[in-house]
Design a protein around this ligand. Structure first.
Ligand SMILES: O=P(O)(O)OC[C@H]1O[C@H](OP(=O)(O)OP(=O)(O)O)[C@H](O)[C@@H]1O
Ligand SMILES: Nc1ncnc2[nH]cnc12
Length: 157
């Protein structure tokens, strides 16, 4: 993609110690926080979300691109650094009042995380925090999260 400095997490996955250390940092932060839902964003949030969910005893809820989930869904459209897209979540996956963590690999403009939080909040969940491995702070994605806390492991300028 012309003009985009693509941040690739696949090299991290090739190093089992680095991958485990990454997951452990999130698990240390979120265990014992009464979080019952880890929502992961397709596609790269599906890599980091499930191991965190298993370690803290939460269910994993996939937030998917359109027309991938077989059941009834709610949808949120959003705009990102290189186009527009939409996220969907199964109706009934999350109950009203549940405490949720949203996980993705990276925040750029924040549009994706904003759409994810909207889906969870429409289902009545309380989003406790968003967690990403990488933040691109120059794109000011944090400002689109309506004051919701965002935890990241590294910033890339
Ligand atoms: O903060 P934003 O500007 O919304 O961008 C961040 C999103 O962009 C990337 O996913 P992408 O939409 O490229 O999809 P993919 O994971 O399926 O490759 C990344 O994994 C985040 O989900
Ligand atoms: N620069 C970037 N690198 C990787 N994933 C992205 N998603 C949005 N912007 C991105």
């Amino acid at each position: 993609m012309a003009g985009i400095m693509f941040q690739d997490i696949t090299t991290l996955l090739l190093n089992p110690k680095a991958f485990k250390d990454t997951i452990d940092l999130f698990v240390e932060r979120y265990k014992g926080k009464n979080i019952s839902v880890v929502a992961g964003i397709e596609a790269r949030g599906f890599i980091f979300g499930p191991p965190i969910a298993l370690a803290i005893g939460a269910k994993f809820v996939p937030l998917r691109k359109p027309r991938k989930l077989p059941g009834e869904v709610i949808s949120e459209k959003y705009i990102l650094e290189y186009g527009r897209d939409c996220l969907e979540m199964h109706v009934g996956a999350v109950k009203s009042g549940e405490r949720a963590l949203v996980v993705d690999d990276l925040i750029a403009t924040g549009g994706t995380l904003c759409a994810a939080m909207n889906l969870l909040e429409r289902a009545g969940a309380e989003v406790v925090e968003c967690a990403c491995v990488i933040e691109l702070p120059d794109l000011k994605g944090r400002e689109r999260l309506n004051g919701k806390p965002l935890y990241v492991l590294v910033e890339s300028h």
